[in-house]
Design a binder for this molecule. Structure first.
Ligand SMILES: [Zn+2]
Length: 440
């Protein structure tokens, strides 16, 4: 896999990349005092880290140099505000205001890692907005009742799963949804295991595992995130509240054929797994459309991967999501059935393995209603097909999410975007939520 060590670390310490500010960056105009002002300063600091010069996208993969630079940035933000900084047993970062051991803490935050050539907002918007919301609370100063609950900001490690193929590793480990044994089996494309990568980054992989005592000290977790669709753009709102995360999973389809010469093998003599794979991609699209779901083959590996060779193996990964479990089951079952029927016709052997699955997440209604009340009661409530650390934690902790408008709906791409005024609205909404939850 492409490593970000070179570009990430180099850019982080080398100042701004040459040329104009990219379209995906929030404008640097500073507004008033408090959180919105500090937001832009932080955004500009974080912006060059792990940004690839050619694509303009981010390559902030777990336990690489770019990841280390993001983590150093987080730590500096915590310490510059006098927050108590700590790293938990799974490598997630925490910055505390108040006593971490007191319990019933209000926690906010998100993640700083990215997908390959991802956008600037997915993850970092939540972390930067968290620090800015704290600054906003402090700027409100004397008007505030003192904190009645501890407050923490967190950066969950390896949320995107770009390097080891499993999303939300930091929160899954903490919540006990990923065991140490299973985590130790994770490997990146270069064959480096997760424990090796952690150790090289200076963390202790021996310590990883479920952290129920820590989660028990959290009374509410609120994750702010850029919207990864256009619901807010269509409704004309800057900020929304999450209702649920669609159930979703990843399935690996291995199509085994027979390698042979692309020039001398007659068409009728071939066992070409690429044909079966191609038919399966079309079936996935058709079944998803019929069901009102989504299904994507976005990653493929081919052996021997030669221009003049019929493949012996095509391995494709299906990502599918739907509003409910029954619909998702229907789609994936139909795709597999179509693949098997086509494989039979093509003389191909097919293995299908479910690599990961996350059931539907309904965010806690009481906390969701509380956020809506704090924000004036007119905030749209929307579902999402994207997974989040908040979804993982919701099994153990009262959890809610705020979404900030993304006018194009594009995400996991350098075109991902949120406008300055919408980022400001997100910071102020998060500050209101933190004040409402932790100062009363
Ligand atoms: Zn994210």
């Amino acid at each position: 896999m492409t490593r970000s060590d070179g570009t990430g670390a180099g850019e982080a310490h080398g100042g701004s990349a040459p040329g104009a500010r990219p379209a995906t960056s929030a404008p640097a105009a500073v507004r008033g005092g408090g959180g919105p002002a500090s937001f832009h300063a932080m955004w500009d600091e974080l912006r060059p880290i792990g940004r690839h010069a050619d694509s303009g996208g981010y390559r902030r993969f777990a336990w690489t140099g770019a990841d280390a630079d993001c983590r150093a940035w987080f730590r500096a933000q915590a310490e510059s505000r006098g927050l108590a900084y700590e790293v938990d047993r799974n490598g997630n970062q925490w910055a505390w205001l108040g006593d971490p051991l007191a319990g019933d803490a209000v926690v906010t935050g998100s993640h700083l890692d990215s997908v390959p050539d991802g956008g600037a907002f997915d993850g970092p918007l939540g972390v930067v907005s968290s620090f800015a919301a704290l600054d906003e609370l402090r700027a409100r100063g004397a008007a505030l009742t003192p904190l009645t609950r501890p407050l923490a900001i967190t950066n969950f490690g390896d949320e995107e799963g770009a390097r080891f193929g499993l999303a939300c590793v930091g929160s899954r480990l903490a919540a006990g949804q990923l065991t140490k044994e299973k985590a130790y089996e994770l490997r990146d494309a270069d064959g480096t295991t997760l424990p090796q990568a952690m150790e090289r980054a200076g963390y202790d992989p021996d310590a990883i595992g479920a952290d129920p005592e820590r989660l028990a000290r959290i009374g509410a977790f609120v994750e702010l995130h850029v919207e990864q669709g256009r619901a807010l753009d269509l409704s004309g709102d800057r900020v929304g509240i999450a209702s649920a995360i669609w159930p979703h999973g990843r399935w690996r389809f291995d199509f085994h054929g027979e390698a042979n010469h692309a020039g001398t093998t007659r068409l009728v003599d071939r066992r070409d797994p690429m044909l079966t794979y191609a038919a399966t991609v079309l079936a996935a699209r058709q079944e998803a459309a019929l069901a009102g779901a989504v299904a994507t083959f976005g990653k493929i590996a081919v052996e021997p991967n030669g221009v003049n060779a019929i493949p012996s193996l095509v391995r494709g990964w299906l990502d599918s999501r739907a509003a409910d479990q029954a619909t998702l089951d229907t789609v994936v079952t139909a795709v597999e059935k179509a693949a098997r029927e086509q494989a039979g016709r093509d003389g191909i052997d097919l293995d299908v393995v479910r690599e990961s699955f996350t059931p539907v997440v309904e965010f806690e209604h009481a906390l969701r209603d509380e956020l809506n009340r704090i924000l004036g009661g007119a905030v749209p409530v929307l579902g999402t097909g994207a997974g989040h650390d908040a979804g993982i934690l919701s099994a153990a902790v009262p959890t809610a999410m705020l979404f900030v408008r993304n006018p194009t709906g594009v995400s996991h791409s350098p075109r991902e975007f949120a406008a300055e005024d919408d980022c400001t609205a997100g910071v102020l909404a998060l500050a209101d939520v933190l004040e409402g939850l932790a100062c009363r």
